[in-house]
Ligand binder design. Structure first.
Ligand code: HEC
Length: 111
């Protein structure tokens, strides 16, 4: 009987120890993810924009427009004479700050 209780207690101690270890192990991960890279402009460009604008932002991207104009087109969209239209990404949850990162990224890859 005594043996069993001691065993149970050591199991309990081990369980507490293990969960503390797990907390220590897992805790820093989300902190690191948010601090280092809040928005991945390159990744986002590759999934959402590359199909229409090309790998080097070589299509449908007039670099001579001002940042404010470019950001506005990302947020509100643009309808050229012929389709496809530039979608309004503001409606899809892209923030002005993210739009600015995307525009900066497009400028950096365009020759
Ligand atoms: C369905 C195709 C399509 C997709 C997807 C798309 N765009 Fe566009 N984009 C366009 C078209 C068309 C224009 C207007 C070009 C024109 O006026 O000749 C445009 C214009 C722009 C402009 C203004 C530059 C200019 O010369 O007019 C920016 C900046 C831009 N897009 C960024 C983005 C970003 C960032 C994404 C992804 C989040 C994206 N686009 C996704 C089609 C697209």
């Amino acid at each position: 009987m005594r043996f069993t209780i001691t065993r149970l207690m050591s199991l309990a101690v081990a369980a507490v120890g293990l969960s503390l270890f797990a907390v220590l192990l897992l805790a820093p991960v989300p902190a690191r993810a948010t601090a280092e890279d809040p928005f991945d402009a390159a990744g986002s460009y590759k999934t959402k924009c590359v199909a229409c604008h090309g790998a080097a932002a070589d299509k449908r991207f007039d670099k001579t427009l001002t940042d404010d104009q470019l950001i506005e087109f990302v947020m509100k969209g643009k309808k050229p004479e012929k389709p496809p239209n530039m979608p309004a990404y503001g409606e899809k949850g892209v923030t002005a700050e993210q739009a600015k990162s995307l525009v900066d990224y497009m400028k950096s890859i365009k020759q």
